[in-house]
Ligand binder design. Structure first.
Ligand SMILES: [Zn+2]
Ligand SMILES: [Zn+2]
Length: 223
């Protein structure tokens, strides 16, 4: 390529790059606290509205207001995921939960006073009827589940790779907003009957990122 057109190419590419950068900066700037409308920075806290399980973006001040408050309609979502290194679940136990794909998240709903099992689908999150016996057996084998904070943390199960013999199943205590983020990326990237390659690339990226920011917990103890 002659030097002149190379320069033109670089300039054009530079403009394109700038465009995508300012666009993503702009889409970030439109985020506002859903309680007081204050502008939000990228790494803002989230609240969960207990009655409808809605995740709300919040500013630090509003999040602080609901931090650890008893009897509130909102709860602040915890931030740090924990990778459960010694979690035990047999294939039979997983199958007895009757979840049709190889991912799910389970959490304790304080207002319904029960454990809720949800899984991502192309149409959003779907609730699965949780067979109590199966769940109680899993909970008895994994005392770490007693640490799950109601409403704001879930046991997140990823058996996608495991089902294809690629790697071990992964288990996390995950902030509930991360679980809904997974639901959102499946809904927006799913194509056709099997999802297409894009969605599975996104799922793999999501779990790689989650793993990299997780604390590792072995047998209920942080390592
Ligand atoms: Zn606010
Ligand atoms: Zn947000």
């Amino acid at each position: 390529m002659p030097e002149e057109s190379m320069l033109g190419f670089e300039q054009a590419f530079g403009v394109l790059r700038q465009f995508t950068r300012s666009r993503s900066a702009a889409s970030r700037a439109v985020e506002h606290c859903e309680l007081c409308s204050a502008g939000l920075h990228h790494d803002h806290p989230h609240l969960v509205e207990l009655a409808n399980r809605q995740i709300l973006c919040a500013c630090d001040a509003c999040a602080l207001l609901f931090d650890g408050l008893e009897k509130s309609k909102f709860k602040r979502v915890s931030r740090t995921p924990q990778y459960l290194a010694s979690f035990e679940m047999t294939d039979g136990q997983w199958e007895s939960l009757m979840i049709p794909i190889n991912m799910a998240f389970l959490f304790r709903s304080s207002i319904e006073n029960r454990t809720v099992a949800l899984y991502p689908s192309p149409a959003g999150s779907v609730e699965s009827l949780l067979p109590l016996d199966a769940w109680e057996e899993i909970a008895a084998n994994n005392p770490v589940l007693r640490l799950l904070k109601p409403d704001i943390e879930a046991l997140l199960v990823n058996r996608v790779g495991h089902a294809h013999g690629l790697r071990d199943a992964e288990y996390y205590i995950a902030p509930i907003d991360e679980c809904y983020k997974l639901v959102g990326l499946i809904r927006t990237n799913w194509k056709g009957l099997s999802g297409g390659t894009e969605v599975w690339t996104e799922v793999a990226r999501f779990f790689a990122e989650l793993r990299s920011k997780s604390e590792v917990m072995r047998g209920g103890v942080n390592a």
